[in-house]
Design a protein around this ligand. Structure first.
Ligand code: BG6
Length: 505
């Protein structure tokens, strides 16, 4: 265990908050009754497969990927509207203009979630719906949509977990420099405070930003991702190719924005409002579970997350990160670091795959990265190496490195080459295998006392998968994008079983 890494203490969660008890006492979002019954003696679930009582079983989506209504009710343009409207950027030139038409069909979608037993839902709020210009006069019709959605969720017994930024920056801010400008961080804090002030009477948990690393690195430089047999490059909106120094500056502004949002939510939200990030954690997994390799994985993970999770949870950049960046390192003040390291209520991590396996080494930082073997299995996406043990190690390392008291798996899932039978069924055996394997590893973590309080499957339903357009289907529910018909896949049945039993079915 590295010294000094667990110094950051997490703010205590108010009593009752972990069950999602809503302030004001009118609506409660506790686990379904069946969940608690399933834990009684005589349950057909072995105790060795159970999750802790009160566990959140949720699914996740994001605004641009499902809402559509891209220019309705006063919404401003986002960088994803602009990017998708630029020919050649997205597979088949698909756009999120209509997407799942969730903006108009949200009631049906909440009913679907209730149908597959979810007791929590992670969605994102579109910043340009609330502030069409990024700052200035808010658009109350935009806020009203999320207010109605929250009410509908609570009515269905589903706890709302909104994310304030899932990559759809107002284009007006991009035109002023976007994340290269420090002003964007300040604008994000103001927007977060505005939303918290208006929704925290019913919303108990807010995520600040989704996947810092993805939108920063892939959006401002393009990022090489290790896949079996080599690498692949992914580029997202706004599609820039910045220098290393500029990129580090954008990274700094992103974590600063997170810290400003945490402080604004604390200042403007109701007492007991919980806040944390939702980062795609770069997790190194020990290839062999022996103490020296576990130590190596921990050290490697801390360094791999230096510009994002590590600085947010430790309030400082690691020496190695600053040394490696040299003259390209971000310029910052102590005050910046205090803001970035603002105490959190929980840590959200998106966990799909490890960045690599590692073994201990006498060289370098103490670890040796082992590339994925060429024949290492992947899911339908070549980047998604099948390594379910990451679902054990990611939360485990968040606990051991930073002493987190509450962790949420904010995303996990896979695309599948879904085939519809003549009867209209999707038997997605690959997704079922993936989900069960991941939950098995997650349960292993909770059984050891790792404080994971919720699991959010990506995704609720097939949606607009960024540069892959409507090509990649990640949903538990199939969507026919011509008719907008929704039909739950077999994996939704597995999810329902797990949620009802509060364990791995
Ligand atoms: C995460 C994102 O990176 O993974 C989601 O937070 C995304 O928005 C999901 O849809 C799947 O990734 P991709 O790159 O295959 O679309």
């Amino acid at each position: 265990m590295s010294s000094g890494m667990s110094r950051r203490s997490f703010a205590k969660v108010a009593a009752g908050a972990s069950l999602g008890v809503v302030a004001g006492g009118c609506s409660r979002t506790e686990p379904p009754a069946s969940q608690t019954q399933a834990n009684q003696p005589g349950s057909r679930l072995s105790p060795a497969r159970e999750f802790p009582t009160g566990f959140y079983w949720g699914t996740a989506t994001s605004a641009y990927q499902i809402e559509g209504a891209w220019n309705e009710d006063g919404k401003g343009e986002s960088i994803w509207d602009r990017f998708a409207h630029t020919p050649g950027k997205i597979k088949n030139n698909d756009t999120g203009d209509v997407a799942n038409d969730h903006y108009h069909r949200y009631k049906d979608d909440v009913a679907l979630m209730k149908g597959f037993g979810a007791n929590a839902y992670r969605f994102s709020i579109s910043w340009p719906r609330i502030f069409p210009e990024g700052t200035g006069t808010p658009n109350t019709r935009g806020l009203d949509f999320y207010s109605r959605l929250v009410d509908e969720l609570l009515k269905a017994g589903i706890a709302p977990f909104p994310t304030l930024y899932h990559w759809d920056l107002p284009q007006a801010l991009q035109d002023k420099g976007g994340w290269q400008s420090r002003d964007t961080a300040k604008a994000f804090g103001d927007y977060a405070g505005y939303v918290a002030e208006r929704l925290s009477d019913r919303v108990r948990h807010f995520f600040t930003i989704n996947e810092f690393r993805s939108f920063v690195d892939m959006g401002h430089h393009g990022k090489e991702v290790l896949v079996p047999g080599g690498t692949m490059t992914i580029a997202l909106a706004p599609g820039l190719r910045l220098t290393a120094a500029e990129l580090n500056r954008v990274r700094h502004h992103a974590v600063l924005a997170h810290g400003m949002a945490v402080q604004a939510i604390r200042a403007k939200g109701k007492a007991g409002t919980n806040v944390g990030p939702a980062e795609v954690m770069e997790c190194s997994v020990p290839l062999i579970e022996a103490p020296e390799h576990i130590q190596a994985a921990q050290t490697a993970t801390r360094e791999a997350n230096a510009p994002f999770l590590t600085v947010m949870l430790e309030g400082k950049y690691t020496d190695a990160y600053l040394k490696n960046a040299g003259a390209d390192a971000p310029k910052f003040t102590d005050e910046d670091l205090n803001i970035i390291g603002s105490p959190l209520d929980f840590v959200g991590i998106n966990v799909y795959r490890p960045i690599s396996y590692v073994l201990a080494s006498d060289q370098g930082g103490g670890w040796h990265e082992i590339p994925f073997a060429k024949a290492h299995p992947t899911m339908a996406n070549s980047w998604l190496t099948v390594s379910p043990e990451v679902m054990y190690w990611a939360p485990k390392l968040v606990q051991s490195l930073w002493g987190a008291k509450e962790i949420h798996i904010t995303e996990n899932g896979c695309a599948s080459d879904d085939v519809v039978t003549p009867e209209g069924k999707v038997y997605d055996t690959d997704r079922i295998m993936f989900l069960r394997a991941c939950l098995t590893q997650l349960q292993r973590a909770t059984a050891e006392g790792v404080p994971v309080k919720g699991y959010f499957h990506w995704s609720t339903m097939d949606n607009f998968e960024w540069i892959n357009g409507f090509g990649d289907r990640f949903g538990l529910v199939r969507v026919d994008f011509k008719t907008q018909e929704r039909s739950p896949k077999m994996s939704a049945s597995l999810f329902r079983e797990c949620a009802a039993l509060n364990g791995v079915a």
